[in-house]
Design a protein around this ligand. Structure first.
Ligand code: GLV
Length: 332
């Protein structure tokens, strides 16, 4: 019997084709939307592998319902949607898609930075509404980017790529991370500082930490209070890293100048009051949303799943400790 795979939401064809070429039976959810918990529980039952989205909450119930599954392949680099500890206990491999979406996400962080600094979305709304009557010396003033200080919170792959893009703007780069990043320090003269110092000094603060218990609400009223009144916050990481209500309050009160957001605390819902603010640019979680990147993610997620089902170590294994456990279950 061929291994039996459930794909919780359709992905670019290249990924599905790879699974079919491996001889697997592939069922793609017929719904072009996120699944309800009941649909997910039903979908994963009796499958050898599942290709899931970060919008699927893969908790203990789902993992236990997937009693045959050897692998859950997440179509995302972030895997905070999966209870990895529980998967490890149950002998289920978890994989993600690191690397292939780094540049697309870093580009989006910069798009938000430009848009917030130069009031692009607000200017677009203004112009479309027919309000542009005349140029003026004090009209629609934004903020300079060149020569300013960029603070990168979390200097992993995406944080590093964001920092590297600042070279063309002669920016000073500060970063806050538990680890020294030699590439940033040697090639970009970036300086590692404590978070509070970064907040005090930066004109642009860009978030690139994974969502973990210790990064949930890393940014709240205290942190906004430490930032410059002229500062701009960019978040392309995960919404709950920021207390969104405190952000709305800070943007309203002028505690910070502006924000550019791709992610939200209770996605897809927005904190009341956020959408009414002109000093925030908001886009619908599109960090990796380019044609090229999504194809690469599809091939990578499918490749991880196929490797696991062939009994090989998947290249992007999250719970690597499981691989070394001789007690790992094999199915089929
Ligand atoms: C998207 O947010 C991802 O983690 O890939």
């Amino acid at each position: 019997m061929p291994a039996n795979i459930f794909v919780t939401r359709d992905i670019p064809r290249e990924g599905i084709d790879l699974l079919i070429r491996n001889g697997f039976r592939v069922d793609v959810s017929p719904h072009d939307r996120g699944l309800s918990k009941a649909e997910l529980l039903e979908g994963v039952a009796d499958r050898d592998g599942v290709l899931c989205q970060f919008t699927d909450t893969v908790d203990r119930d789902v993992l236990e319902a997937a009693s045959r599954a050897l692998v859950f392949s997440n179509y995302a680099v972030g895997y905070n949607n999966i209870d990895v500890a529980c998967a490890t206990r149950l002998g289920i491999l978890v994989t993600n898609t690191p690397g292939v979406l780094t540049d697309a996400t870093a580009d989006l962080a910069w798009a938000l930075l430009f848009a917030a600094a130069r009031r692009i979305a607000e200017g677009d709304r203004f112009t479309r509404a027919g309000n542009f009557r005349a140029w003026g010396p004090m009209f629609f003033l934004g903020r300079d980017i060149t020569g300013k200080t960029l603070g990168v919170v979390g200097a992993g792959r995406i944080g590093t790529a964001v920092a590297m893009r600042s070279a063309g703007f002669r920016m000073r780069v500060l970063y806050a991370d538990g680890f020294v990043n030699p590439v940033l320090e040697n090639e970009h003269k970036a300086v590692r500082v404590e978070l509070d110092e970064l907040l005090n000094e930066s004109d642009f603060v860009s978030l690139h930490v994974p969502l973990l218990p210790e990064t949930r609400h890393l940014f709240g009223a205290r942190e906004f209070g430490l930032m410059k009144k002229t500062a701009v916050l960019i978040n392309t990481s995960r919404g709950p890293v920021v207390k969104e209500k405190a952000l709305v309050d800070a943007l309203k009160a002028g505690t910070i100048a502006a924000a550019g957001l791709d992610v939200y605390e209770n996605e897809p819902a927005l904190e009341p009051g956020l959408a009414a603010l002109d000093n925030v640019v908001i886009v619908p979680h599109i960090g990796s949303a380019t044609m090229e990147t999504r194809v690469k993610m599809a091939v990578m997620a499918a490749g991880n799943l196929a490797a696991a089902l062939r009994g090989e170590r998947p290249p992007d294994l999250v719970n690597a400790d499981l691989w070394s456990l001789s007690s790992r279950r094999m199915h089929g």
